[in-house]
Every structure is written in structure tokens, then in C-alpha cells.
Design a protein. Structure first.
Length: 161
């Protein structure tokens, strides 16, 4: 989780789901409070879109060790791999991502409502996945924007016939 706030000092919690292989951000759930059922909801949505992973790595926060989450994950198939308490380096990809989210989005914006935060953070997620270069991927984004048939739409293509 990443903590943020709106201009009036009310808290925001952001659940981050990262694919360690592709480095893509699979989900950013932004809410005032997120409990274990909110985590299940975010995981279910991500699994519907991206498939069921073999493993889910997470910390030992109360939302992550709750019976409801463990029971649901046991039924869906993945294995939960908990990092050791007080060892964030065991979840390095997520910690690095969380730092980028704070530096590039949360510290650059003033949110006046929860809906605005959800929208702005969603746009940042799309940019992170589709445009922003990642050094670990050879300075390419995890899911780059594609422009199919761009060559056939260029004005020069018409004049060269």
C-alpha cells in the first residue's frame, strides 16, 4: 500500500499490483480505506484481465494475512509468498514502483477529491505502462502504445505513388 491524501488532509490508500516479470502495473486501487475484501476485489479484477499467476508476493499487513484473502486465494490457485516482517527488500519491484508512484505522481499533485485522485492516478498508471521507459526493460515501456498501419496513413505515402 501507498499512502496519500487529499487537500483537506483526508487519507488515501493505494493498493499496488505489479507483475514482477513484465514490470507492468496491473492495478492501482485508490480508496479511503481498503480491507481484505477490497484486496480480493482488486486481485479478482486483475486475474480476469491478465490471468491467474502462480504466486502472489505480499507483505504481512492485516489486509494480506486476513482469513478471507487466504481462503479466496487458496480456491483460485496461486500460492501466497509472504515477505519476512520488516524486510521490504524482499519485495523490491513493488517498493521501487511505490517510490516512483510517490515521486512522479503523488508528490506532484494536489487532489481535491477521491474521484480526482482515482482519475489522475489511473492516467499515471496508463502512462507508466504504455509510455514511460523502464531501464530494466532496455528503456522500453512494459506495454507500449502501438500504432498499427501508421505507415499507410502518412501524407508522404500518398505523394510517393
Amino acid at each position: 500500500f501507498v499512502q496519500g491524501q487529499t487537500h483537506d488532509g483526508r487519507s488515501l490508500r493505494i493498493l499496488t499490483l505489479i507483475d514482477e516479470h513484465s514490470r507492468a502495473c496491473l492495478a492501482l486501487k485508490v480508496a479511503r480505506r481498503i480491507n481484505s475484501l477490497g484486496v480480493v476485489e482488486a486481485l479478482a479484477d486483475a486475474m480476469c484481465l491478465h490471468g491467474i499467476p502462480e504466486n502472489i508476493r505480499c507483505d504481512n499487513g492485516p489486509e494480506m494475512i486476513a482469513k478471507a484473502l487466504r481462503k479466496w486465494v487458496a480456491k483460485t490457485g496461486p500460492q501466497i509468498q509472504y515477505i519476512a516482517p520488516g524486510s521490504p527488500w524482499e519485495n523490491g519491484y513493488c517498493e521501487s514502483f511505490n517510490g516512483k508512484l510517490k515521486d512522479e505522481c503523488l508528490q506532484q499533485e494536489i487532489f481535491y477529491s477521491l474521484k480526482e485522485a482515482q482519475t489522475v492516478i489511473g492516467i499515471w498508471q496508463n502512462t507508466y505502462n504504455r509510455v514511460r521507459p523502464h531501464s530494466s526493460l532496455g528503456y522500453r515501456p512494459p506495454a507500449p502504445v502501438t500504432f498499427p498501419d501508421l505507415a499507410f496513413r502518412l501524407p508522404m505515402a500518398d505523394t510517393m505513388q
